[in-house]
Design a binder for this molecule. Structure first.
Ligand code: ADP
Length: 159
């Protein structure tokens, strides 16, 4: 059983994340989308909200499971008997941080490989941060996120 973890903040999940999930699930028997607990990024959506939005989207896809994790990613990967960590690469700007993380994780646990997947070109400029910014300013985000996320963002920014 080949299992991969796709970790992140998912604050909130976007079509870019879902594109990466679709690619990953073709390579592995199971993909675990894992929402990070210990988020220094001060998320807009609570852990429960982020999990709910993921459960209603990624969680509906075959051989994809949604869960949360706390502490070291590599420890979580070990407990789940995962052989790979999936990360999305959008642009060169993602590279430096991701490269550092991947090599550090390899030092911590050499049996877990980090695999980078590129989304469809139209998602390379998409980030949760930008989506939140557009929604905050009253723009239309429906092309970038699943419908339930558009609704959830609408509720957050109701004036
Ligand atoms: P983190 O806080 O760990 O960066 P994110 O939720 O922002 O969490 O992203 C999780 C993963 O998904 C990261 O590897 C990120 O590069 C990737 N990702 C985010 N948005 C996109 C996108 N539009 N296309 C491809 N990958 C993406």
């Amino acid at each position: 059983m080949k299992r991969a973890i796709y970790p992140g903040s998912f604050d909130p999940v976007t079509n870019g994340h879902l594109d990466v999930v679709e690619r990953a699930r073709k390579l592995f028997d199971e993909v675990i989308v894992a929402v990070a607990h210990n988020d220094e990024k001060l998320p807009m959506f609570s852990l429960e909200e982020r999990l709910e939005l993921l459960n209603q989207t990624a969680g509906k896809i075959d051989n994809v499971r949604v869960t949360q994790f706390d502490g070291l990613l590599i420890e979580f990967a070990r407990n789940e008997k995962a052989s790979a960590v999936i990360r999305g690469l959008r642009a060169v700007s993602d590279f430096e941080f991701e490269f550092q993380m991947a090599l550090m994780n390899r030092k911590l646990e050499s049996s877990v490989e980090t695999i980078f997947l590129m989304p469809k070109e139209e998602y390379t400029y998409l980030s949760s941060r930008l989506v939140k910014e557009i929604a905050r300013l009253g723009g239309d985000v429906s092309k970038f996120v699943p419908a339930i996320v558009t609704t959830a963002l609408g509720k957050k920014f109701k004036r």
